[in-house]
Design a protein around this ligand. Structure first.
Ligand code: HEC
Ligand code: HEC
Ligand code: HEC
Ligand code: HEC
Ligand code: HEC
Length: 295
């Protein structure tokens, strides 16, 4: 009930501010997609919306920092071995890609679980282990979402997200962010991947290790330790624009972060607009697909 009232309050404010009318089609993003993660949709404070970021205040804690929704300098997750990982992972079992392939598909690895901690919709986008400020640390958050702990946060402005810590799912963020939802709220339906991965490019899938003439796959230029990568600029380093494969104990595998860099990847030189959809390689003429596939 409380939630409904707050949502209506949101609507009332929107009617005053809203100017443009949208007849079908999606709303363009207000994120600049340039310069840094702060100017992308991965800035969960939505500060680039200016005053309208308050629409999200009842739905998520506004920590006033960009990196903290994913990383913490101290006390990182022991459950997901991604760099200084600050997010809850509940150990969800995913329905795997099930068409016949030459390779075995296993549960998503670390470098997919990071993304799925928001995009499968089972965990609130603000569910983190270490909130900014002292005394706001809860190690158990690494594997389960504790709403009482998240409620200890007060938003700097607007209303608090008390008990309304929403995820990327139909009853949460998508209750406004759907085609028939609140005016001006972009449609997020396709971004809510859920726990059924049968209709997504396989992840947790082994990359071939032999590359005969006329083979189906291209060999990565560098394979060393836990990372293999296609070194498009030949500098011997795994740059963000390099498609990569991760070895977390099952050999080199394709994961979400093989194709995407969640911080954004400049399309040209430094400062240029980012490739769409956080892609490491823009998929013009299917360049991304053909980095791996010989097709
Ligand atoms: C009460 C309805 C409502 C709910 C619930 C809601 N939003 Fe929004 N959201 C909006 C509106 C309206 C806008 C557009 C504001 C504007 O453009 O000024 C928006 C904009 C955004 C944007 C910016 C999109 C862009 O590219 O310009 C993001 C990202 C976003 N919301 C994320 C979320 C997340 C994450 C949640 C769940 C935690 C959420 N929203 C829940 C109403 C809502
Ligand atoms: C939406 C989640 C998200 C946000 C926000 C985010 N990161 Fe990351 N970051 C990740 C993920 C996921 C990885 C692991 C990438 C991989 O799997 O290869 C990562 C990796 C890194 C790495 C190590 C690998 C690399 O790419 O250099 C650094 C350093 C880093 N992040 C810094 C930051 C900083 C600084 C910020 C804030 C300005 C930030 N990140 C914001 C998700 C995020
Ligand atoms: C902290 C939560 C969170 C994490 C972690 C996260 N995302 Fe997102 N992501 C979002 C939200 C919120 C949006 C904006 C709403 C939407 O588009 O669903 C978004 C948007 C996107 C978009 C669309 C970008 C655009 O400009 O339209 C892509 C692609 C994406 N994420 C991929 C990833 C990948 C890949 C990872 C892991 C490497 C990841 N995300 C990790 C929350 C997250
Ligand atoms: C083999 C490469 C590849 C892998 C692996 C991959 N993606 Fe993507 N992803 C893409 C491409 C290409 C697009 C752009 C599609 C478009 O523009 O329509 C995309 C788009 C997206 C979008 C934006 C919504 C959409 O459909 O356009 C999200 C969110 C996303 N990916 C998340 C993920 C997550 C989470 C994973 C891991 C479970 C993942 N991706 C794995 C290549 C990949
Ligand atoms: C990082 C390397 C990589 C990239 C980039 C990549 N793929 Fe894949 N893809 C794979 C691997 C590995 C498999 C597992 C297939 C196998 O071994 O038979 C696969 C499987 C597939 C399959 C399923 C094949 C089957 O037998 O069911 C399709 C279709 C596919 N990819 C299309 C694409 C498209 C389209 C793109 C670009 C959007 C893309 N791939 C980008 C590595 C990649």
């Amino acid at each position: 009930m409380e939630e409904k009232i707050e949502r209506l309050l949101g609507l009332a404010v929107l009617t005053v501010w809203g100017t443009a009318a949208f007849g079908g089609g999606d709303v363009p993003s207000k994120a600049l997609n340039q310069g840094g993660v702060v100017n992308t949709r991965h800035n969960l404070t939505q500060s680039y919306l200016g005053a309208s970021s308050v629409f999200m205040d009842f739905a998520r804690n506004n920590y006033g920092e960009v990196c903290v929704y994913c990383h913490t300098p101290h006390g990182a997750s022991a459950v997901v071995a991604a760099p200084l990982w600050n997010r809850t992972a509940t150990g969800t079992a995913y329905t795997l890609y099930n068409r016949p392939t030459n390779a075995t598909v296993t549960q998503p690895g670390t470098n997919s679980l990071t993304c799925l901690s928001c995009h499968d919709g089972t965990v609130a986008v603000d569910s983190i282990i270490n909130m900014p400020g002292s005394g706001k640390y809860n190690a158990a958050q690494a594997s389960s979402q504790n709403t009482a702990f998240l409620n200890a946060w007060s938003n700097p402005s607007g209303i608090d997200a008390t008990d309304n810590h929403e995820g990327l799912n139909a009853t949460g963020c998508l209750s406004c962010h759907n085609p028939a939802g609140q005016a001006q709220a972009p449609d997020f339906t396709v971004f809510a991947i859920g726990t059924d991965l049968t209709n997504d490019h396989p992840v947790g899938i082994r990359y071939p290790t032999t590359f005969g003439e006329g083979g189906d796959f291209k060999p990565p230029a560098v394979s060393s330790g836990n990372l293999a990568f296609f070194d498009s600029d030949g500098n011997g380093r795994a740059d963000s624009k390099n498609v990569r494969l991760y070895n977390t104990g099952e050999g080199y595998e394709v994961e979400c972060a093989s194709c995407h860099d969640p911080h954004g990847v400049p399309s040209g030189g430094p400062g240029s607009v980012f490739n769409p959809s956080f892609l490491r390689v823009a998929n013009t003429n299917s360049a991304l697909c053909q980095t791996c596939h010989n097709k």
